[in-house]
Design a protein around this ligand. Sequence first.
Ligand code: ADP
Ligand code: ZN
Ligand code: ZN
Length: 732
Amino acid sequence: MPIIRVALDVPVNTLFDYLVPDSEITPQDTGARVRVPFGRNTMTGVIMEVTTHSPVPLEKLRHAAHIFRDVPPLPRVLLDLFHFCSGYYHHPVGEVVMNGLPNRLRSGKPFTRKSHTSHQFRLTTAGQSIDSSTIPARSVVKHRLLAKLRGAEAISISEARQISSRAAKIMRELLTLGWVEEVHASLSPIGTVDEALPLPVLTAAQKSAVDVIAPRINEFNTWLLHGITGSGKTEVYLRLISLLLRQARQTLVLVPEINLTPQLEANFRRRFPAIRLVSLHSGLSPSERAAGWLQAQQNEAQIILGTRLAVFTPLPRLGLIIVDEEQDTSFKQQEGLRYSARDVAVFRAKQARVPVILGSATPSLESYYSAVTGRYIRLRLSTRAVKNAMLPTVHCVDIRGTRAKDSLSDPVITALERCLAAGQQSLVFINRRGYAPVLLCRSCGWTAACHRCASRLVVHLREKKLRCHHCGHQEHFPNACPECGDQDIAPFGHGTQRVEAALIHRFPNARIIRIDRDSTSRKDAWHRMLKDIQEQRVDILVGTQILAKGHDFPNLSLVTILNSDASLYSTDFRASERLFAQLMQVAGRAGRAGIHGEVLIQTEFPDHPLYHALRRHDYDALAQMLLEERRTAAFPPFVYQALLHAEAPRIATALDFLASAASVAQPSKEVEVFDPVPAQMARLKGMERAYLLVQSGSRKKLQEFLAAWRTRLETLPGRKVRWILDVDPLEF
Ligand code: ADP
Ligand code: ZN
Ligand code: ZN
């Protein structure tokens, strides 16, 4: 009897074998979802292999309950991608596979596509190659139905019924056989690539980028499209996508946060009105997401726009992958399978022998270094695309000796006034939401802390609440200090709400909006705000980095940055890189459409090299300096790292576990194992956390080490400890 090897969402790195009756399975079912008994429950998994052998004795194998044929099986290449991720990230294969599926398909319920249009049916490749002479002559209806299907792109069920009233039943039979498949009637046939005209004339830099990539559009290369803000990277993407569409191939576009980039989606739709685009992100309902995923898998969508998870979408005609804002840390998943969608994208492109384009104004040092060493090919766009749009001038406002700190200094207020008078928009950037980051007792120094996390509670004044931004815990504002009873407790420091309040007070007639995760959490709120900004119903925008990403605000001429100093001297070796990228991005919002832009940075360290580089818009100078620092200190990209995270109710338990993990490790000349230490966020959601760092100058050696180590970790007694490996970690 055939045996299927099934990937299940359980934290053990193995596949599980089940029996299936001969009549119910073929090798083509590899990649199908399946319902199987597991312990006392049943679970949904994916068939990774159909075989006849099992290391488990036959009599111990259980029977699979049901094989789903609601959607086509996952293609082989996708299963290979899952295997690669499981191997590279040293993560249980079943969790990797199930992580890659839309939620809706992980459940035990079969998926039916809801549709308001009538369904049509067409022959699959298998159906096209059926030899009619093998079908008994007496099956007249079947013969006529197949003939009709051959003669048309697709037919509806009512067209089928014209043959016979039994045609519908036979169509279902053909569906089960995999000879026909369903398509949406509303979908036009593929092939109308027509772009909405006229196309903009490319800048010299855009043209040379397109001219370099275009002849190599069907081969694997990693292109680093390094273009300053406003240089028109999107237009380069669009030209290349157009080439692929003409080859009837699909493009996968990964973006950091899709809710924040409706502009990109609108741009794409406007350019290719007849092309089907699906977007895949967490804002969709499970069914919507599954439906979009299925359209991609069926080659009914040619452009797939999505957040990191979309990197696992099945794409039978994949021709190009684009990762926009490749430096963005949200491409890295920080829980469960800790993959980097950017790195997986590069692997996937290589696997599919198609190009991948990493776009950024401030590439990650890893990607930049890969370009320096020739692994990636860097293309520069160094001028703004719109005529007369210049990069903004950047000034530091020295606040040493003033009382402004992170609230508004006099030069900033003057600049805002000037901007208002000129009828232009300005942006006040403060990367901290809430009213104030701390509630402080002036008498004894008590601060409000989260009891579940090693963090302070943030003051949300309007709601009269204290909130933890790490676990979501919230509590009421105390009337007096819980330590000393003094009533002199007050918010300390500034968040977006407090700056907004200060601005309203200072500029009572200005139209001010605040944009942060709190103000945009309701569906469509962000959309409306964006529209208000575009249609000039806003004078001053106050907000966090949500504002920084990729938006085009044509009438924005002033950007002020309030409290960036804290990141200059952080213990995180990536802090400077991130701060620079973030400030370049925010600064890049100013002066995009031909009006002169100005950026003011309030700082106590105006001579810091990072601000120097920012003033000159000199990414390369800073990147080279930071790379030199990293080389000296032996940090990535000069070494490869992995973390073993452990969390437990008590820190001692976590540290003990890590100590035994270190004792079973086999370090070598090439692989260094460090001592266990508490994590930067030592308590989170009531769990205490620690980690152990492993690093090596050789990725291969590190991988070999991790593979051997992992099997030994699984045998360690670790009750009450949850542990996980994080390869190429970004957070410590
Ligand atoms: P980036 O993503 O590189 O920051 P965008 O792709 O958002 O830049 O482009 C910035 C602006 O320049 C957009 O308004 C875009 O429509 C415009 N633009 C891009 N290419 C051209 C071009 N060749 N001619 C005129 N305008 C252009
Ligand atoms: Zn007190
Ligand atoms: Zn908390």
